[in-house]
Design a protein around this ligand. Structure first.
Ligand code: AMP
Length: 569
């Protein structure tokens, strides 16, 4: 084996307590990701932290593990608060905390987000939960109602801080920072570092240690073509099976994140009839060498590996590297894909990326100096054509090995069966095991759902409304939002883009019923009646950028908000 990377740090070296190390071992984590290797000791030492990190880098564990290390389970009080921009992320973080705390008896975590009933949340908070993971809107509601206590708060974490600021939560974040005790340790993670995020850090954090993943130097990988398939976690195995049908794979090295995942995937591939094996750090050196040797000799076609176990792997037969799970940083990526395109051959590197992981792709493109081309998942038709051409290729090869003996057999069969040669060929196909898939129906794989960019309940399906009054009447977005929240019983996060014109204003909202529209039209803002009506866009027209590239919302001024009466839900 050649080009061995330097030894990675181990979780055991980071100062984490035994129950957490045991949990990581049972989850099959092999080594800390780069952000974890830096953030965990920093947070354990008590420093504030400012981390520039995308989803997929392992940032959740980077804060979750030190937070858990500092929780006193015997104290039934909220000791850590994690803020996330979306409900989806709040749930993910809460689940991750639960997983890492699997050996901390009595530990509890609660996710608070808009759109869910308050009553169970009050009860849980009253009983005492150790960690609260919340979206800012819902947290502010609880703060106003006094249902969440801050006296024992040891940690405050902001996850995806840039997203929360984009969504207009600057005031709410300020309020939270002001509410926690001065001794609270703070960590802020953000995928980008705009001025707003720096301002929050400067205002509220004590000498934060700054961690950013260096993007690695650009490596020349001229012999490798890179492609990305967007696929949700749920459909990765089906997508991989399809990939194996349409790509001219001789041997494939598949990368996953954990030892457990490598075993499971290898087993599932074997169950589907592929010759696959796992390669991970739990295998003895001897077993690992055996796997590599079988791959070299063509006795195995697919190896499912972790980064650690595949370090330096050098097998010419590998035509494809599949990043089944994305790596945590660009250096691992460059190393992974360098396992193909060796010995003067060309290679293909394919990535499966979930919609949330799109951001990480830019880092990988930067590190490899190449564009990673998005690919459509092969259609059912492409799969059928792929299967047919593979069989045609095999038949052509077989023809070279047929002779008088086979001709005689065909003649005998034609006579015995009373068929013509077409019928005989069709019947042979019907009993030929490798032709079985040709008659099976092929379903189209569902495309991955688009990334939900925005808050709790904001989703597609917003409708444009026109409000009387615009800049010339002194109408501002904030009082408009407040009025909509109060009188249309909307969550602030449900309100979409607002565009002010001179005499009127456009606002995107979830569909409102007639009674709500009538009620809103009786409201006045600055003495102007808020007359609101649906304002459909002409067919095919759009006056706002698509969600994924929407500019930051500047339309919410970051002045303190007037207190709102509590809403009943
Ligand atoms: P995150 O960036 O926090 O969203 O994490 C991305 C994924 O990596 C999650 O599925 C984690 O469970 C997984 N993960 C995080 N840290 C590690 C690690 N050290 N080894 C293997 N998998 C990890």
């Amino acid at each position: 084996m050649s080009d061995t990377a330097p030894a990675a740090p181990q979780f055991a070296d980071l100062g984490l307590p035994a129950p957490l190390l045991e949990a990581l071992a049972s989850l099959g984590y092999e080594t800390p990701s780069p952000i974890q290797a830096e953030a965990i000791p920093t947070l354990l030492a008590g420093s504030d932290l400012l981390g520039l990190a995308q989803t997929g880098t392992g940032k959740t564990a980077a804060f979750a593990l030190p937070v858990l290390a500092g929780i006193d389970v015997s104290l039934r009080a909220t000791q850590a608060l994690v803020l996330t921009p979306t409900r989806e992320l709040a749930l993910q973080v809460a689940e991750a905390l639960q997983r890492y705390a699997q050996n901390m008896r009595g530990f509890s975590v609660l996710a608070l987000y808009g759109g869910s009933a308050f009553a169970p949340q009050f009860k849980a908070l009253e009983r005492g939960v150790h960690v609260v993971v919340a979206t800012p809107g819902r947290l502010t509601d609880h703060m106003r109602r006094g249902s969440i206590k801050f006296d024992n708060m040891r940690f405050l974490v902001l996850d995806e801080a840039d997203e929360m600021l984009k969504m207009g939560f600057a005031d709410d974040l300020d309020a939270v920072f002001e509410k926690v005790p001065a001794t609270t340790q703070k960590a802020l993670f953000s995928a980008t570092m705009p001025a707003g995020v720096r301002t929050v850090a400067r205002k509220h954090m004590k000498d934060p240690k700054e961690i950013r993943l260096h993007s690695g130097k650009t490596s020349s990988l001229d012999t490798i073509t890179q492609k990305v398939w967007e696929v949700s976690n749920h459909h990765k195995l089906d997508a991989m099976t399809r990939l194996l049908e349409v790509e001219p794979v001789e041997a494939m090295l598949v990368f996953v994140r954990t030892k457990t995942a490598s075993m499971e995937l290898a087993e599932r591939l074997e169950a589907r009839g592929f010759s696959a094996a796992a390669l991970n750090g739990d295998l003895s050196q001897q077993l690992r060498e055996q796997v590599v040797d079988r791959l070299k000799r063509g006795l195995l076609d697919i190896v499912v590996a972790t980064d650690v176990a595949a370090r330096g792997l050098d097998v010419d037969r590998i035509t494809h590297v599949l990043n089944y799970d994305l790596p945590h940083d660009s250096e691992s990526y460059v190393h992974r894909i360098g396992r193909t395109g060796r010995a003067g051959r060309t290679g293909t590197a394919i990535l499966f990326a979930t919609p949330r992981e799109r951001r990480l792709l830019h880092l990988l493109e930067k590190a490899t100096g190449q564009k990673i081309e998005p690919q459509q998942l092969p259609s059912a038709d492409a799969v059928r054509t792929g299967r047919l051409s593979k069989l045609a290729k095999r038949l052509n090869t077989a023809r070279e090995n047929t002779g008088a003996l086979q001709q005689q057999l065909v003649n005998d069969l034609l006579e015995l069966t009373n068929m013509d040669s077409n019928e005989l060929a069709a019947s042979l196909l019907a009993i030929l095991p490798s032709a079985k898939t040709l008659v099976e129906p092929v379903a189209d794989l569902p495309a991955a759902p688009p990334r939900r960019e925005t808050s709790d309940d904001r989703d597609s399906g917003l409708v444009r409304y026109k409000v009387q009054g615009g800049r010339s009447n002194g109408l501002m977005p904030k009082p408009l939002v407040d009025a909509l929240v109060r009188h249309a019983r909307l969550q602030r996060q449900q309100i979409g883009h607002i565009k002010m014109f001179t005499e009127h204003t456009g606002v995107y909202l979830p569909p409102l019923d007639d009674a709500t529209l009538a009620k809103l039209s009786t409201i006045e803002i600055n003495g102007v009646a808020l007359q609101i009506r649906a304002w459909p866009l002409p067919p095919g027209e759009t006056d706002r950028p698509p969600r994924s590239s929407r500019p930051p919302r500047k339309d919410f001024p970051s002045k303190p908000r007037a207190p709102r009466p509590p809403r009943s839900e």
